[in-house]
Structures are given as C-alpha cells and as structure tokens.
Design a protein around this ligand. Sequence first.
Ligand SMILES: [Zn+2]
Length: 430
Amino acid sequence: MFWDHAIETLDRASLRQLQLKRLQATVRRVARKVSFYREQFSQARLRPSHIGALADVRRLPFTTSADLRANYPSGLLAVGLDDTLRLHTSSGTTGKPKALFFSRQDVANAAELCARCLVMTGVTRGDVFQNMMTYGLFTGALVMHYGAEKVGCLVIPAGPGNSEKQLLLMLDFRSTAVHVTPSYALYFAGFLESKGIDPRRDLALRRAFVGAEPYTEDTRRKIEQALGVDVFNSYGLSEMNGPGVAFECEHKHGMHLWEDHYLLEIVDPQTGEPLPEGEYGELVLTTLCREAMPLLRYRTRDITAVVPEPCPCGRTHRRLQRIRGRSDDMLIVRGVNIYPQQIEQVLMSLPQVGRNYLIVLDGLDEMTVKVELAQTSFDGQVEHLVHLENEIVSRLRAEILTRPKVELVPPGSLPVSEGKARRVIDNRKL
Ligand SMILES: [Zn+2]
C-alpha cells in the first residue's frame, strides 16, 4: 500500500541530504526573488551560503500569519503572476485573508502528496470518494479532490451539508470513502440514525478521512462506531498547499509528515527555541518544494509533538501526534503549559460527563474545572458524585501534571454560547 515506495521509505540519511539540498535551493531562491525575505536576510546579515547544514535552519527568520497578511496580495510571490495557476485564500479572524498562490508544479505536488496519503490507508482506483469538504477558496476539498483523481478513484464533489443529498449519493453510487470534518461527520451520523439507516447494512462506506478541525481519540471512536468506518486523521494547512501535509497510515498512531516536501521543527511557542524530540510545542514548517510561494519557518500555531519511534509500516517520514490545540489557546498554570484540548479529552472520555465544561482561573494560579454532568448520571447520590469528582481530578492530574479543583454542576447549568464555545475564564491577578 505505497504510492511511491522509494521516496516514502527512503533511509533517514538520504532523506536528510535531500532536505538540505532543497532547503538551500529554497533559501537561494527567496533571497533572489522575494524582497520580504531579502530584507530580513540583510537585517540579520545572513547569506544563503550560511546554510551549510539542516541545523542552520534556526538562523532563518520565522514567517508568521501576520507577515502573510502584511504582504497581501502578492508580496511573497517568488514567480511572476504569469507562472501562477491557482489562488486559494485562508481567512483569519479579522481583516484581510491570506492569499496563497500555486504554480503548475505546486498543484501537481499537492495532488501527489494527497495520493500518497490516500494509498497509505488502503485506497485504490476502485474506491468511490465522496468529498464532503467545502469547495471554493478553502483548500480542503479541491486539493484532496485532485489527489483522489490521481489515484484513479471515482470522485464525487459533494461538498458539505445537505445530508439528504449526501445519503442519496452514498446509496446510489456506493461511496466507499468520505473526506469530512469531525463536526459534520458526527452530525451526519445522527442524521443517518434518524433515517433508520444502518451504515454497516445499507452503505458501502469503509474509510473516512477526517481533518480541518482538531478532534480527540474519543471522537474518532464515535465516528468509527456510528458510520462503520476506519477513521484516518488528516493534517494540512492552506499555507502549505492544504491537506496532504501529514496523514495517518494503517497503524493510526501519529501522522506521517512528508519530509521531502516540508522541513519540520517543534519550538517553544513562547521563546521560539527548539524543543527536544517527543516534547509538545508549536509546529514550524519550511516548504522545500514550493515554487510560487515558498515559506521559511512558518509558525503554524498548532501544538503537537514528534512520535519518537519509527513506524512499523516502514515509512521513514516522521509522525506527528494528534494536534493538541492552538498556541494562542495555551494557558500557563503554575508554570505548566496546558491546552484546553487536553482537559476536554479527559472529560469527554467519561460517559458520566455531559457536553459542557468551563475552566476558571482565579487568584494566584488557582484552576477550577466546572463540569456538567450527563443527564443520565445525575442521580443525586452524594457518594457517586464524590467518587466521580475524585476520578476526574486524578485523571486530569495525570494529563496536565497539576492538580485542579473540580466542581460538578447539574446538566444545562453552564452558559451555552452561540458559535465557538468559550471554555476559559481567566480572573487571575498575576
Ligand atoms: Zn506508518
């Protein structure tokens, strides 16, 4: 189950050599073609010839989301507009979007990497691939679409939503694979249930590629159970071509990042200093093959770690752990870095816990987690509640390495927000 066996299993020494050659070429190109990087290099008195080893990547400047916005629309282009083939954008919370250009080679490379990802999970040309991601300026659907076509699947560009139509397509064309966000996958599972559809009996689905939003192992299990599929975790970002940056293999333990195309670093989100392998920090990526818009040391703000051991599948490209959250969401409590996602993961693994929770920080670093009980577990028996509270405290302590207070509250008693839930209230006076 390899798309390109030679490159996917290339020995580490050759892979690193290839990375260095491509890094040097990228640095030389941006120094010539992109005035933003040329100025940064001259301020740092840096010349492309200073990059003699992979570790020298640390001498290069970081590129941030703000740099992409400041250079909107085409300030970071390394080719003429005539040599661009496609434009995607990535929207942020405020202001102008980030403009992301692709050359002909970039479009081809993106499809190639997606093909590697799909084949790695067992997809073949016989598959029917129902793409339930958003088509349009967002890279999510279109880039994977071309990857699935490259493998030779029948691709159905369904887009998200309209569950009646999704089901009709699935039934009539016997879709075997879907590409979907975790939130829509869960919603769709509920829709199937309401229609009396048993996916194992009525549908031909076998695999779901789930990404674009972080989700937990527990959510993976829920989707697998409800849709009768194997769920594979997918990671990408528009700044790096979109989907196909990293993907799970059949072992479903960490996502192989295609290191012949991306140079990865994990840094401390506060200091920007590199962290030892295996530690969680911010993922920083340098493009090694991008033609239209090469980016040096791009701060993804995604928190992850490298899986230290080699993978039994034989691929030599290192794996990333499931994304733990965004660096902007990081809390520092008693000197420990904590991500709300870690707390959510612990809470959602307990069936007695409901959907809502709130993290409150008070005084001098006091942390209280208010947890709504599930409807069914609220029997009013005090000893049950005390037992559950202790259980949550000890599980949280094991995960976040600090001991929070836990307060159980009745179902429906925490404020429900429209849209993105507010999970943290910080009243600390530090
Ligand atoms: Zn593997």
